[in-house]
Design a protein around this ligand. Structure first.
Ligand code: ACO
Length: 428
């Protein structure tokens, strides 16, 4: 017999079906609540609200578990390539050799941008934030590929759009960086790996041959995998809501990039480095900054600490912390910021305030330190996050389309003024 929950409302008893996930996660199905009672639920920030049933990513915030399609993040980060993980997230299974070759080949051959897009870049001011440029440029791709917006688009159209976005995002990201610095752009090189090609377009210059450093390439592969999906987070929920109106994939991803930019989400990696720099330049008094973070009259928060779902530890942070040590050692980089980060983590983790609230370093606490060691400038950090998160956004969008999800449209409880007569201007 299927499980139900009973809700008593104004002496009326209502049965709510209980939905159980494959990992035994429980949810109350309230989809018919308003129709049968007139009530809605109120849940600011959707802290208790499941917006969908999804077969892509499982995470257990209490136990610190993260799996893509059933595979542990630790195993994927250690053994897989980013494109393999992208395939897994989007299509549901790890690719065999032929499938991966086809996928990689298709992506490699869609990396070029229409030459007209150069004129868009030219119009942005030098120094423009790469996230602002990236979000606009991705959205503008829909104007070059109008089939992405057609309502009767074929599976092949959708497939091509998916491959195009994965192929073009690194080109756009690298060009955004070059434009930000006022440097000439580099065209993609098809013989390089996905990560190698990005590094070539970022750091290569037209007059010299650029050799991809395998340590940097491998570290980038790992970072992209760790960021590839995180179920219904702010940017993914945005991609799904925008896509639910049947807007095209380019526009949906552009909205996801905009949502990711904020410092409470993907922008945290930039904010962490800026915070650590500030602490260093201020003399490194950690207690002072910990106290500021605890002070409710002070808006300062310890960036890179806390997470909406992880309340014990973020498994990605554990992998990244280890990788940060390895990468800095392999590249021979000594960064005083890493020591400050480690000390700050130790002080915070032994402080009652942080322990009580389950505030631990999240994925972004150490990712910025690796990006710095790889030579990636601070305002590109969130762009790196977007490159990693792209397959997750696409997989979630595709799942939503395949489930024929209804348009995302929350309700509200109105608390404004009730009906009143209009007052003409001369009587106000
Ligand atoms: N520093 C100090 N106090 C904090 C922090 C922090 N970083 N994070 C949460 N708190 C406190 C809050 O003040 C609150 O305290 P209270 O109960 O006394 O009022 C309590 O911990 C709970 O915090 P909420 O903001 O309610 O938690 P929520 O789940 O809404 O927010 C968030 C999660 C946004 C990540 C938050 O922890 C934060 O702002 N962290 C810093 C920004 C950051 O690192 N973001 C990256 C997240 S990871 C990602 O997007 C990939």
């Amino acid at each position: 017999m299927s499980e139900t929950a009973r809700l008593i409302l104004e002496n009326q008893e209502i049965e709510l079906p209980v939905i159980t996930g494959t990992e035994n996660e429980k949810a109350l199905d309230i989809s018919k609540l308003r129709a049968s009672t007139g009530y809605i639920t109120l849940d600011p920030g959707f802290k208790n609200t499941g917006s969908t049933q999804s077969a892509i990513t499982f995470l257990d915030g209490e136990k610190g578990i993260l799996r893509y399609r059933g595979y542990a993040i630790e195993e994927l980060a250690e053994n897989a390539s980013f494109l393999e993980v992208a395939y897994l997230l989007i299509y549901g299974e790890l690719p065999n050799t032929d499938e991966l070759e086809y996928f990689t080949n298709s992506i490699t051959h869609h990396t070029l941008l229409h030459e007209n897009m150069k004129r868009f870049f030219d119009a942005f001011p030098i120094g423009a934030h790469p996230m602002g440029m990236l979000s606009s440029m991705i959205s503008s791709l829909s104007t070059f590929y109008p089939e992405s917006q057609e309502q009767n688009r074929s599976v092949t159209d959708i497939e091509r759009t998916i491959h195009r976005i994965i192929a073009k995002l690194p080109t756009l990201a690298a060009q955004a960086y070059k434009h930000n610095k006022g440097l000439p752009i580099m065209y993609p090189k098809n013989e390089l790996s996905y990560e190698g090609n990005f590094l070539h377009m970022m750091f290569g210059v037209p007059t010299e041959k650029y050799d991809v450093n395998p340590i940097v390439e491998k570290a980038l592969n790992k970072l992209l995998i760790l960021h590839a999906d995180h179920e219904q987070n702010c940017s993914t929920a945005t991609v799904r809501v925008v896509g639910s109106s049947q807007a095209n994939l380019y526009s949906s991803i552009s909205a996801g990039i905009a949502a990711l930019w904020g410092p409470l989400h993907g922008g945290a990696n930039q904010a962490v480095i800026e915070m650590l720099e500030q602490i260093k330049n201020d003399g490194g008094d950690l207690d002072k900054w910990i106290n500021k973070a605890k002070d409710k009259t002070d808006s300062f928060r310890l960036m890179g600490f806390g997470h909406r779902v992880y309340k014990n530890f973020d498994p990605r942070a554990t992998i990244i912390k280890k990788a940060a040590d390895e990468v800095l050692e392999a590249l021979g980089v000594e960064d005083p910021i890493l020591n400050i980060a480690k000390q700050l983590e130790a002080v915070a983790l032994s402080d009652e305030y942080f322990v009580q609230r389950g505030l631990y370093p999240n994925v972004d606490f150490y990712s910025g330190i690796i990006y710095r060691a790889l030579g990636i400038p601070t305002d590109m950090f969130t762009v790196m996050f977007a490159l990693g998160r792209l397959p997750g956004w696409i997989g979630q969008w595709k799942e939503m389309i395949e489930h024929s999800a209804p348009i995302g449209r929350p309700r509200q409880v109105y608390i404004g003024t009730t009906s009143r007569p209009f007052v003409p201007l001369n009587k106000r």
